[in-house]
Design a protein around this ligand. Structure first.
Ligand code: FE2
Length: 374
């Protein structure tokens, strides 16, 4: 057994308390159209907007929400500046995994004292609904963590955003909250970033997987899951491991041109309903062979869902000491083989579907092979 699990230390171990994910911001080539994709296909609701019409000259941002999940999609309105540079290099991707905190100034100060690189000093913005304090620190690649304090704000999102609605009415797909966000980093860098989250933010190493856990005939990877004390922030960090062919992590790093967010896992209470709905709206998911389900019944035992429904959709299932989980992975949501999504339903299990790694990675490699990148 090569998986190592660690007991959760006390919340007091955190450098500063984090209430949860505040929002995830994507820098994309055409936020207006990306917003439509997440609204129509994923079931997010468009709530607010900030851009040239509201006095922000260089960019347009759309706030989307479904239950506790907030996405911000931002595009530049010209070729100059950091957003356009980011998109030229990385394509569409995640810029910011923002933390919701009670005291952004202290959080930023403590993080910097512990070695974080500051990207934004604490900055106060105000409107008629109150004030928000935002600071930011750098993490892997060009990704950042904004630190958002909103206890003195009563508006919908952030100062400057104005409510936006549309005759297009969103029907939610049942996505509820962000379960975890996974980063891909270069060979040999996983432990550096594990150490970063431990030293700077006080996170602990919840689980470790080595290349014996996560390998197929052709390629492998290593992964460590970092968590904050209350478990609301979970960041698995992957690095490629040597194999006969190119690892899926190498493919990501080649096409994203460096480290970045590989996938975001979002939780549902009814994965069969959510995934069927998303498929019918055009979201593409990875498929798994029939043989997977022959083995799964014996491996997992009795579950509430019908195996035939899971097989029809390609939903994977795994069990740990505390229960089981159901999960499925989308294909990349842009033409570069970079960011994708996981839909997960936890029924007691707190793990990450180790029993599915092999089937999952074989499925990813089939797609990788079709792209000519294996
Ligand atoms: Fe995941």
């Amino acid at each position: 057994m090569t998986t190592i699990a660690s007991p959760a230390p006390s919340v007091a171990h955190d450098t500063f308390p984090i209430n949860g994910t505040d929002y995830i911001e994507f820098w994309v080539g055409n936020a207006k159209q990306s917003a439509m994709f997440y609204r129509a296909a994923f079931g997010f609701e468009l709530l607010a907007y900030r851009g040239p019409e509201t006095g922000v000259r260089d960019r347009a941002s759309y706030l989307l929400q479904q239950d506790k999940i907030r996405f911000v999609l931002t595009s530049p309105v010209g070729p100059e500046g950091p957003i356009a540079d980011h998109i030229r290099l990385h394509g569409d991707g995640v810029r910011d995994l923002a933390f919701w905190v009670d005291d952004a100034r202290t959080a930023h100060k403590l993080a910097v004292e512990r070695g974080a690189r500051s990207v934004q000093e604490p900055t106060v913005t105000k409107d008629a609904d109150g004030e928000v304090v935002i600071a930011a620190i750098a993490t892997y690649g060009d990704t950042i963590h904004s630190i958002v304090e909103r206890r003195n704000y009563h508006g919908r999102f952030l100062p400057g955003f104005v409510p936006k609605s549309s005759p297009f009415k969103t029907v939610p797909t049942g996505l509820k909250y962000v379960d975890h966000c996974v980063g891909n980093v270069e060979l040999g860098k996983m432990n550096e970033w594990v150490e970063f989250y431990s030293r700077v933010l006080g996170f602990y190493n919840l689980l470790s997987f080595d290349d014996k856990d996560i390998s197929t005939e052709y390629s492998s990877l290593m992964s460590k899951v970092m968590s904050n004390g209350n478990g609301r922030i979970k960041f698995p960090i992957n690095e490629p491991a040597a194999g006969k062919k190119k690892s899926q992590i190498d493919e990501y790093l080649d096409f994203y041109r460096g480290p970045g967010v590989q996938h975001i896992a979002m939780a549902t209470d009814d994965i069969v309903k959510t995934v069927r709905d998303m498929m019918n709206r055009g979201v593409e998911f990875l498929s798994v062979p029939h043989s997977y389900y022959e083995g799964a019944k014996a491996r997992v035992g009795k579950i509430d869902e019908s195996f035939s429904a899971l097989e029809e959709l390609g939903v994977l299932v795994d069990r740990d000491d505390e229960g089981y989980l159901l999960q499925i992975f989308s294909k990349p949501v842009q033409d570069r083989p970079t960011l994708f999504y996981e839909i997960i339903q936890r029924k007691g299990a707190k793990s990450f579907g180790k029993g599915n790694f092999r089937a999952l990675f074989e499925s990813i490699e089939r797609e990788q092979g079709l792209r000519g990148n294996l």
